[in-house]
Design a protein. Sequence first.
Length: 426
Amino acid sequence: MSTPPAQSHARLDAESPVSLSYDLIVEILSFSNVKSLMRMRCVCKSWRSIISDPKFIKLHLKQSARNPYLTLSRNIDNIADNGIPRPFDEKKVISFPMRRLILENPSILLPDNLRIECQDKECKYAIGSCNRLFCLIGYSYYPEEFWFRLWNPVIHTMSKKLGHFAATKNLRHIFGPYISIHTYYKFAFVYDNSSETYKLVMLMLDVVENKTHVRVLNVTDNVWKTISNFPAVPLPNIYTGQGGSDGVYLNGRLNWLAIQDRPVSDDVDGWENIKANEFVVVSLDLGTKSYTQLMPPCGFDEMSSVKPPSLCILKDSLCFSHDVRRTELVIWQMKIIGVDESWTQLLKISYQILRTRYHAFDDLENCQLLPLHLSDHNDTLILANNQEQRAILYNLRNNTAKRTRIIHEIEWFFVKVYVESLVSDI
């Protein structure tokens, strides 16, 4: 009588449950997006424990930084046909993956299921994003005051009102009917690694006292503190236009473009005829609460007749961009933080390559290009152009440019770059 054939070890192994090490599970989960992780918490208690662990949240944030997103604000007319302002919740803000924009540049309508909705309808403007938290500013006419909230739209958490600030004068000049930040206020939202706290920085140009006030709010204790003796006059939006002048944050320092030896003015004429040698970069160290002044690149030796220079962060470096004789955009990179001599020319791009319409404008003073993002492989630069409602994708490898093809009017100068996060302690 014959005996049945023995099952192979390979088949037995295939039917056996696979056991993964704890460290491998953590590593695999860290590459998942936030929405998937929120669902995975229901798989088992051990996964829920992993996803809630502060160490895992930091690891996931590090992985997410490789795949940033953009917040694209739909340019919708706030005034309805009957002349009555539309409510803020009709203004659409869309979350869109940076990688898809660069690699595919899709010609699409942005679907409403990507829309970010805020529970506080009085928070009308995002002043910044950090670790996937948005800092929103809210405003009330009666009484005249404003406040801030931190918000994680993916996991639907929102802080209480922070930094409540009562107005000392008519704030209708600050937030007009289109809810735009006032010419003489600048805000920045940052994460201070030295104290491991989120901070809100408010800078105000005081025309009456001819000085610049800087106040810092530590989100943990919700108390405003003043940092005195701002050494120069930051460029107001009345001169620069929106974007590129609110300050950029890098490695514990907040940086503004400013002018030396010039009084604060509430008249645009007071900001004309600025010379290149008047510019300075004022850097505030949030840890030591001290200011330093950095000189612009030595190659910036002539002031343009179009928009002034701007600061931005590209590939974790402080960058300085400016126009050259209405023919080229030049971008400089500071190789060593805080060292003037380390400015190195990163890019010089002809407007003919970018196919801007500068030559067609009679009034070039309204034209401005703002660098938004440089891809990981240094091959694609995203530029906002305030004269167009499509961004520019400039390919460094083949020296070509094309426009984004999103079929909406996007306010590119107000785009925020952010990364997904599980941060919820707000």
